[in-house]
Design a protein around this ligand. Structure first.
Ligand code: 3SK
Length: 529
């Protein structure tokens, strides 16, 4: 079979096409350091691309970026794509040894990092080399690029830009195909083993034309703010792909903003599209209830979005009642690049993930692999054009997760009579207690309605006989403590008794993956101690 690939470059689709459409003077990105129009962004991408080329970056090679949400990361990702190389933005929450694994696994030659993460990279680089990695050059923002050990070239961001200028400025864009690799995103999933989901240039156009255009209805006058950072699939869609695809703009915030700062950013910039997660809507509502956020703070927001995990109905209702924001809850994945099941504007069904996004098909399959009827639970499968081409160098996992056109999501879902879909947790999380299936989500919903409970995750812990028992891991609300007998009694009152947690564990924080999913395996380990 000969290739039917066409010339297509996502950086050109997102920026070059806007210049051609006459949007050069429109604002593309607002960051604390500076605001750039589309024309200025294009120039910045050219400068960074020249610098990358001067350091020897070739088409198809990977470039790892461990950077805060700022202009350098934004331009760095787009410059890498323009050169036909593969952008690999990685979590800034990683510790040195964790970053070393990704640097070595991706076989990147070049690591770009923000000054803030230089210490992490100083540990990661020698360790990646010891693991047989190919890293040869490190570029750090700021002016202290020392201490990365021998065997690598090290320079500042400005030195990289100067090297590009000395070489004659912006190189011509590489003639990538729609099928060429553009973006790898590492996902640790719930098993804790990181793997890179490989996305093509075409996948980026697909998510813009499906979810971005047909569900969000993004327009040139929109201004986007995302709690999820650019290194998340959710974040890069929200802050880069969707706004740039229509000539709109994004606000970048390098820090992990408090609820008060989020509200302040929204009102200061006049944000119209706000992208959060359940773990940010919870504290926002709590701050609102405590009178710390003005009810009018979100008055400019015409769309709220949530993803990462199911948004409890009380938060959907709370955001509407307190701040007048309709939140579209949806579910996506790093493998699908963005959201494929979503609530629609004006048709929100709280507590559900809504209906399939145009361009995607979903199926709920039982343990025999066949689709189940409405009302029965099963594993969610999805197909659509933005599904990644697979995980880099993970053949065994690829054979389990990708079944022809279909992606096995590992989430347990049910289709409701009205056609909406409800998430019941991860397929592997469903417990069998005394021979009866118990979904953690049901017990969690009961517990979170107790006034002392902030967040809760229910996991299965085997008893002495190896039989699963539900254990509730509870983060108490501020000013409350965890009262085990009271919470067990609360569950007995509202649920069939067999579903009650057999033990309640107080925790400070819910551990999450880089994409915001609860790491149940960590809590299982903790609860089993
Ligand atoms: O977890 C999700 O729901 C999600 C949504 C969009 C993009 C990526 C992810 C993981």
């Amino acid at each position: 079979e000969s290739s039917t690939a066409e010339s297509f470059n996502a950086a050109d689709y997102l920026v070059g096409r806007r210049l051609a459409a006459g949007d050069g003077d429109r604002v593309a990105v607002r960051a604390p350091s500076r605001t750039l129009t589309y024309a200025e962004l294009d120039t910045e991408i050219g400068r960074v691309a020249a610098g990358l080329a001067a350091l020897g970056v070739q088409p198809e090679q990977r470039v790892v970026l461990c950077m805060v949400d700022e202009v350098e990361l934004f331009a760095g990702i787009l410059a890498t794509m323009r050169l036909g190389a593969v952008a690999v933005p990685v979590s800034t929450m990683l510790r040195g040894p964790e970053l070393a694994v990704l640097v070595a696994d991706s076989r990147t030659r070049l690591l770009l990092c923000s000054a803030t993460f230089a210490d992490t990279a100083r540990v990661a680089v020698p360790e990646a080399l010891a693991r047989g990695g190919d890293v040869a050059e490190v570029v750090v923002t700021g002016d202290d690029p020392t201490g990365f050990g021998t065997g690598v070239g090290v320079r500042t961001w400005d030195e990289m830009l100067a090297a590009g200028e000395a070489l004659g400025g912006a190189p011509p864009a590489y003639d990538t195909w729609d099928e060429s690799q553009a973006l790898w995103l590492y996902t640790s999933g719930t098993t804790g083993k990181p793997k890179a989901a490989m996305h093509r240039h075409a996948d980026i156009r697909t998510v813009c034309e499906t979810y971005g255009r047909q569900v969000l209805g993004i327009r040139p006058d929109d201004l986007c703010l995302s709690v999820a950072k650019l290194f998340f699939a959710y974040g890069i869609g929200n802050s880069m792909f969707f706004p740039l695809s229509v000539g709109a703009a994004a606000v970048l915030e390098p820090s992990r903003p408090s609820p008060a700062l989020l509200a302040e950013l929204v009102s200061r910039h006049g944000v119209t599209m706000f992208f959060g997660t359940p773990s940010s809507y919870g504290p926002l509502l709590a701050a609102g209830e405590a009178g710390q956020i003005d009810p009018g703070a979100f008055a400019t927001v015409r769309r709220g979005v949530s993803a990462g995990e199911a948004l409890p109905a009380r938060m959907v209702n709370g955001m509407r009642e307190r701040f007048g924001v309709e939140v579209l809850d949806g579910i996506g994945s790093t493998e699908a690049l963005h959201i494929y099941l979503s609530n629609r504007p004006g048709e929100v069904a709280p507590g559900t993930s809504g209906v399939p996004v145009p361009g995607y098909d979903v199926e709920i399959r039982g343990s025999d692999g066949r689709p189940v009827p409405d009302g029965e639970t099963g594993t969610l499968y999805v197909r659509g054009d933005s599904i990644c081409t697979g995980y880099w160098c993970r053949t065994a996992t690829n054979r389990l997760v990708f079944e022809g056109e279909w992606l096995r999501t590992g989430d347990t879902y049910v289709r409701n009579p009205d056609g909406t879909y409800t998430c019941l947790g991860r397929t592997d999380d469903v417990l069998k207690v005394g021979g009866i299936w118990v979904t953690p989500a049901e017990v969690e919903e009961r517990l979170v309605a107790h006034p002392s409970v902030g967040e809760v995750v229910v996991v299965a812990v085997p008893d002495a006989d190896g039989l699963d028992l539900p254990v509730a891991c509870v983060v108490p609300r501020e000013g409350h403590t965890v009262d085990e007998p009271a919470l067990v009694a609360w569950c007995r009152e509202g649920l069939a008794s067999f579903k009650r947690p057999r033990h309640v564990l107080a925790i400070d924080d819910v551990p999450r993956t880089a994409t915001g999913k609860v790491q149940r395996f960590r809590l299982r380990e903790l609860a089993a101690e």
